[in-house]
Design a protein around this ligand. Structure first.
Ligand code: ATP
Length: 259
């Protein structure tokens, strides 16, 4: 199976501190990953490396078979969709939802290109896929936090990325908005023609079996990685969080209790 992301022995030093330490991580085509780590564990640093914004002090990174340093990063970045709160903050508030989505095609914040009927159709189809088509002509500022996250996912999909990174997409969502967004993400994971998903979170309860694999990252190191059912499990997570945790799977979702 084709390797989508290959992180081989990557370490990063900053100000004499090791932010990432000997990370080995391979994402293969056909598997979606969750990345779980507490605040400051190194998740964002790792994502910045996968997008080529930070270079490792040691080790190498390949994305879609292309080695960093030997390929055009702007070209490669077009294949990577990245939904994060920093993008959300940069969207012009008065922009219409449909234009927010269409702007994803041009990887621009704001829309400066002439929009054709095909773009509009595609944006509508993606908004339907994410169950937010009713927002089509609404201003972004009048959309709820959960709706905005869906728009940003549709926006990222507009460029037909091979990889979609969802960086804490449920931050700031209430219980219900969170469930609705997670349902949409699960549907996306089931789409055989859709991108490989990398779902980054510090909340284990957001990780469903739609993500077949989970990477546990702590203090800049890989604590464990493997099948989600084996990672989101009482003994592993109790050691990972250094707190005793009960985990009970109910259907597709795990329930947690800190003992
Ligand atoms: N340029 C830098 N120089 C020094 N330290 C840094 C730099 N960038 C990040 N760090 C530190 O590296 C650690 C990992 O940060 P990172 O943002 O990757 O964590 P994270 O897992 O994404 O956390 P969060 O969930 O809070 O976003 C933190 O302790 C952070 O303070």
């Amino acid at each position: 199976m084709e390797n989508i992301i290959e992180v081989a022995g990557v370490s990063l030093m900053r100000d004499g501190k090791k932010l990432l330490s000997d990370i080995h991580w391979t994402v293969k085509k056909g598997e979606h990953w969750a990345v779980l780590g507490l605040n400051g564990s190194g998740k964002t640093t790792l994502l910045n490396m996968i997008n080529g914004y930070i270079w490792p002090t040691k080790g190498s990174i390949k994305v879609l078979g292309k080695a960093f340093g030997k390929t055009s990063l702007p070209e490669l970045r077009k294949s990577i969709g990245w939904v994060s709160s920093s993008i959300q903050e940069r969207i012009p508030r008065t922009q219409l939802a449909r234009d927010v989505v269409i702007s994803g095609k041009y990887a621009s914040i704001g829309l400066y290109e002439a929009v054709d009927a095909q773009d509009e159709e595609k944006a509508l189809r993606l908004m339907e896929q994410l169950h937010c088509a009713s927002l089509f002509s609404r201003a972004y500022e009048h959309c709820s936090q959960g709706e905005r996250q869906k728009l940003l996912i549709a926006r990222a999909l507009m460029a037909e990325p091979r990889i979609l990174i969802l960086d804490e997409p449920c931050n700031g969502l209430d219980l219900f908005a969170r469930e609705i967004l997670l349902e949409s993400v699960e549907e996306l994971a089931k789409d055989k023609n859709g991108p490989t998903l990398v779902y980054v979170t510090h909340h284990p309860e957001e990780i469903s079996p739609a993500f077949q694999k989970t990477l546990l990252i702590r203090n800049g190191e890989v604590f464990r990685q493997g099948r989600t059912s084996e990672m989101i499990e009482k003994q592993v997570l109790s050691r990972f969080f250094e707190h005793e945790i009960h985990v009970e799977w109910r259907g597709n979702r795990a329930l947690f209790q800190v003992v």
